[in-house]
Design a protein around this ligand. Structure first.
Ligand code: AHG
Ligand code: MN
Ligand code: MN
Length: 337
């Protein structure tokens, strides 16, 4: 018997403090948690259950899909379509929104997700994750459209991620702080292990894919160069660097010990007509909600991500998030031009 607080108990107790709560939301979160447990199990078994490698297809964004991208997308659809809490779902791996099939009741929420984040790490056995966000469906949800999903991040009801690392964790916010749970594989329950996670205001650790350096805009060039100059440069302090290529793992590190994560827009993307690498609805908004709830900041370089008005389902944005003082420094470098 465990003596800790299970995620189910935690969500129910949190919902008791929400006026007008019907239990719908608790039940929806439970289904999301179940989906993440199923994905965790597949990820853990890896080659034993034949889930490594490419699926031989491309998603709407022209990225090669891994077998696990497709499998985990299906797991999310199957776990969340039947219970009557959702009007529709949208995912990084699907061209169009997924309205709840007519044979099931439709509910008042929308669910967006990146079913497997960092999927290039799957085959090399490095941490991957799942990111999700819950929105209310305007108009009650009888017939949800793509437009219903185009809500600013400030409208999110909840957001979270599952991290499939040395242990499987679920980190969650419903707008009342951030809490982390660890999956106890013996009993199949997430147990509260990281209550009230907060991001230190200062950091000396940055994360960026430095292979893109020559394409960056001047403010990012300046910020990273100053970090690299260390004690001998303008910052008069040495910095450490990390790059896992899995946003979930990077954000989790930042929630644990601070740091700044950057995937800025660069000249190479702009040439292709792209405004960033990471997706606003599936990655940037949920992670920005979590980071802000933990006391950090999240910007595009010039604007707060959560206030952006999404223009399309698969919109991409530059992302700079983490310890507040460093993110504000990057903002000021952009303002200085
Ligand atoms: P996904 O696997 O869902 O496509 O996301 C990968 C993202 C993000 O998690 C990570 O920070 C970044 O792409 C890695 O990009 P590079 O391969 O350019 O380093
Ligand atoms: Mn991703
Ligand atoms: Mn993905």
């Amino acid at each position: 018997m465990h003596n800790g607080t299970s995620i189910t108990q935690f969500i129910i107790e949190e919902q008791r403090h929400m006026t007008g709560a019907t239990g719908d939301f608790t039940s929806l979160l439970n289904d999301v948690v179940t989906a993440c447990k199923v994905i965790s199990n597949l990820v853990n078994h890896g080659a034993l259950v034949g889930v490594l490698g490419s699926a031989g297809s491309e998603n709407v964004q022209g990225e090669t899909q891994k077998k696990m991208d497709i499998l985990s997308n299906d797991v999310f659809l199957k776990s969340n379509e039947w219970a009557g809490h959702l009007a529709a779902m949208a995912s990084e791996e699907m061209d169009e929104i997924y309205p709840i099939p007519a044979k099931y009741p439709r509910g008042k929420y929308l669910l967006t997700f990146d079913p497997l984040d960092g999927s290039s790490n799957m085959d090399v056995n490095v941490s991957v994750g799942t990111i999700f966000s819950i929105l209310r469906c305007p108009g009650g949800g009888a017939a949800a459209t793509e437009r219903d999903f185009l809500q600013a991040g400030t409208q999110q009801v909840a957001a979270g991620y599952a991290l499939y690392g040395p242990s499987t964790m679920m980190v969650l916010t419903t707008g009342n702080g951030v809490n982390g749970f660890t999956l106890d594989q013996n009993i199949g329950e997430f147990i509260l292990t990281h209550p009230n996670m907060t991001i230190p205001t200062d950091t000396r650790e940055f994360a960026i894919n430095a292979s893109n350096m020559r394409f960056w805009e001047p403010p990012i060039q300046r910020y990273v160069q100053e970090c690299l100059d260390g004690k001998d440069g303008a910052r008069e302090s040495d910095f450490n660097m990390r790059w896992i290529a899995s946003m979930v793992a990077e954000v989790h590190r930042i929630l644990t010990r601070g740091g700044i994560f950057m995937y800025p827009v660069d000249a190479k993307m702009k040439e292709k007509g792209l405004e960033g690498k990471l997706r606003l609805l599936y990655e940037a908004n949920p992670m920005s909600f979590i980071v802000e709830q933990a006391g950090g900041s999240s910007i595009t370089g010039t604007a707060r991500i959560l206030e952006l008005q999404p223009e399309s389902l698969h919109q991409r944005v530059p992302v700079i998030l983490g310890s507040r003082n460093e993110v504000e420094r990057v903002l000021s470098y952009h303002q200085q031009g």
